[in-house]
Design a protein around this ligand. Sequence first.
Ligand SMILES: CC(C)(COP(=O)(O)OP(=O)(O)OC[C@H]1O[C@@H](n2cnc3c(N)ncnc32)[C@H](O)[C@@H]1OP(=O)(O)O)[C@@H](O)C(=O)NCCC(=O)NCCS
Length: 148
Amino acid sequence: MTGWRLRPAAKADAEALAAIEAAAFGPASWGGRAVADGLLERLVSAIVAEDAAGAARGFLMWRSAGDEAEILTLAVAPAVQRQGCARALLGALLAAARGAGVRSVFLEVDAGKKGAIALYAGAGFSPVSRRRRYYKSGADALVMRADL
Ligand SMILES: CC(C)(COP(=O)(O)OP(=O)(O)OC[C@H]1O[C@@H](n2cnc3c(N)ncnc32)[C@H](O)[C@@H]1OP(=O)(O)O)[C@@H](O)C(=O)NCCC(=O)NCCS
């Protein structure tokens, strides 16, 4: 699907986004409270992708700080993965960040998640460092950066 409708998230999206995050991340999920708290944080924004029926199916949460920004989380409902939703969300993020004067966008991704790493590489991110045993699971984190 290429027709994802993207819009800024609102407080009222908390429950729907928490459900997407839980389904996408499984045991590595942040939990509903953290997603809801993120939506209320200053400097944090989220972009929601809706399907043709207007249902939220994916979202990306990010934080800006001066000329740097960080992707906090990106999740797409399992039933609609590999349909370009994350690619659309990343494109919208990079456009918004550029518009806000951001020069570099960072993220951390589980070094074993080859699909996510391919997604980010395709959007212009390159690996810059590795954090050993960063996740509860014991997995390393790969730190990636895109220069705008
Ligand atoms: C990673 C994730 C966000 C990708 O979302 P998505 O909407 O399915 O991704 P897209 O359809 O936009 O994929 C764009 C490209 O990324 C790469 N990609 C995405 N998922 C992939 C996978 N599982 N395996 C291999 N490549 C993958 C491909 O290059 C893909 O292009 P293609 O489909 O034309 O080959 C989704 O799988 C997800 O929510 N996973 C669980 C949470 C997570 O790992 N989040 C990212 C780390 S914070």
